[in-house]
Design a protein around this ligand. Structure first.
Ligand SMILES: Nc1ncnc2c1ncn2[C@@H]1O[C@H](COP(=O)(O)OP(=O)(O)OP(=O)(O)O)[C@@H](O)[C@H]1O
Ligand SMILES: [Mg+2]
Length: 266
């Protein structure tokens, strides 16, 4: 269980970014976090794995507290964060080293390393680039490597901060399929995204606005109860069409699965 309890956060300017934020995420949930630019999504992600500590309140991962320096190592082992900008995540000078680096920190045995590195690079279709230097890669390829580095560490919670923003539609579908498969294996998946098509496969959506959670519920409930355009977000095509046609009948209960399936095959 990942629990935020009355969390406040501000940067040096002291303008509040998150205010009295409380919510819980259970192990095995697939959560989407959405919100306009600057609404605090990346700040929230960094609070989740202890890269930032709350100014007030607590962030707990089971019995571990991100305010406790002795807990931080274990928290980062259990909650892996794929950064919004992969250049902020890269530490080493080759793709292979980048994936190995995290495993060395976890003290994974050498004998087990090769298998985990190969599995992670294959999962993001980057196995042919193991010797490449990160700065030689395209933005999308860097994002794939950033995902692989976290996947290889096998954390129980994976936080993807707009990890598909530089990928083409097929690349985005590949990473979403990877998230779905990790979710089926029991991982907690937390994805931050601007793409409303991508939230359809999640169990639960949190909408951040003015430092607070403006909505917490299923994707279907989101589109029927909130005008996401007021949060600088665009609803999925199916919902826009339904609204544009002024249809009075509610969307069919299975519309979400239908759109997901169409999107996956388009
Ligand atoms: N290192 C920092 N120092 C000072 N202010 C910051 C810093 N990082 C973010 N902010 C400010 O905090 C607020 C929230 O930023 P954050 O990056 O968390 O938002 P976001 O929802 O992830 O935005 P985006 O959709 O653009 O990724 C913004 O007003 C931003 O300008
Ligand atoms: Mg962000």
């Amino acid at each position: 269980m990942l629990a935020f309890d009355q969390v406040d956060y501000y940067y040096r300017s002291r303008n509040p970014v998150l205010r009295q934020l409380s919510f819980e995420i259970r192990q095995g949930e697939f959560i989407s976090i959405i919100g306009g630019n600057g609404s605090g999504k990346s700040t929230l992600a960094k609070l989740m794995n202890g890269l930032l500590q709350p100014r007030d309140g607590q962030v707990m991962l089971d019995h571990l507290n991100t305010r406790n320096p002795d807990d931080l190592g274990k928290i980062r082992e259990q909650a892996g964060l794929v950064f919004q900008n992969p250049d902020d995540q890269f530490i080493t000078t080759s793709v292979l080293d980048e994936v190995i680096f995290g495993l060395e920190n976890l003290r994974v045995l050498r004998a087990d390393m090769a298998g985990r590195v190969n599995m992670a690079l294959q999962a993001v279709h980057m196995e042919d680039y193991a010797e490449a230097m990160p700065h030689q890669l395209s933005g999308g390829q860097k994002q794939r490597v950033a995902v692989a580095a976290v996947v290889a560490m096998e954390p129980s919670i994976m936080i993807f901060d707009e990890a598909t923003s530089m990928l083409d539609p097929q690349g985005r579908r590949d990473i979403l399929e990877l998230m779905n498969s990790l979710h089926r294996q029991g991982k907690t998946i937390i994805q931050i995204t601007h793409h409303m098509d991508e939230i359809l496969s999640s169990d639960r959506v949190l909408l951040l606005s003015r430092g607070a959670i403006a909505f917490d519920g299923s994707p279907s409930a989101l589109f029927s109860s909130v005008s996401v355009t007021e949060h600088q977000l665009s609803p999925p095509f199916a919902v826009r069409l339904h609204q544009a046609l002024g249809l009075k009948t509610p969307l069919r209960a299975d519309w979400k699965e239908t759109v997901s399936a169409l999107w996956a095959t388009s």
